[in-house]
Ligand binder design. Structure first.
Ligand code: MN
Length: 199
């Protein structure tokens, strides 16, 4: 069950009369849980990586985007839980609103939870709270295992995680889908296409 206030932070940051983003309703789905990676050109360009768990999308902002090379450790900053409907959101958040700028769905699909503790599966929501999540992504651009690991809090007091590709058959140091496959898997548009539409 989702925590009662799981989407409170999402709601507080946004004015739904102004932003085209989905309103903060909790969802319920059946079947395999979904993941989405949105490229978002806000104050700085980044990728929002989201995993469905407990009726919401658990979210991290990854400045460099995910890698297919297990040697890369990508910084992932946790962000507020998003509603499930956000997984299909692509568009332009207007100037003056939270996260203003274009958003595309860079990759999406379903995932399998691989997180275990003492030989038993740890549900993803609980795994996030514990600071370690392992999933198998089944996307269009990304497949295979990825690990999210919380790091000790540094001097700035901000919670930081690392996103790392696991060593498996989908690992590939030569691929660099973030630069070679920039287009939306929903519309084929790039973030530049959307940016051009605004100006
Ligand atoms: Mn973002």
């Amino acid at each position: 069950m989702p925590r009662k206030d799981a989407l409170e932070s999402y709601r507080e940051k946004r004015d739904f009369r102004r932003t085209p983003e989905p309103s903060a309703r909790r969802g319920r789905r059946t079947g395999e849980p979904r993941f989405v990676i949105q490229q978002h050109d806000a104050t700085a360009l980044h990728y929002d990586v989201r995993l469905e768990a407990d009726g919401v999308l658990k979210s991290w902002a990854v400045p460099k985007g995910p890698s297919t090379d297990p040697r890369d450790k990508r910084l992932a900053m946790p962000t507020e839980d998003h509603p499930l409907a956000y997984a299909g959101f692509e568009g332009v958040i207007p100037e003056g609103e939270y996260g203003a700028g274009p958003v595309i769905v860079w990759d999406t699909g379903t995932y399998r939870n691989l997180t275990e503790r003492d030989g038993r599966e740890v549900p993803v929501g609980e795994a996030v709270d514990r600071g370690h999540v392992k999933v198998w992504l089944k996307g269009k651009k990304l497949t295979g295992g990825y690990a999210f690991t919380r790091t000790p809090v540094g001097r700035d007091g901000r919670e930081k995680w690392l996103l790392v590709k696991l060593k498996d058959e989908a690992a590939d140091a030569r691929r660099n889908p973030v630069s070679t496959q920039p287009e939306s898997v929903l519309s084929g548009r790039t973030i530049e296409d959307l940016r051009a539409r605004v100006s």
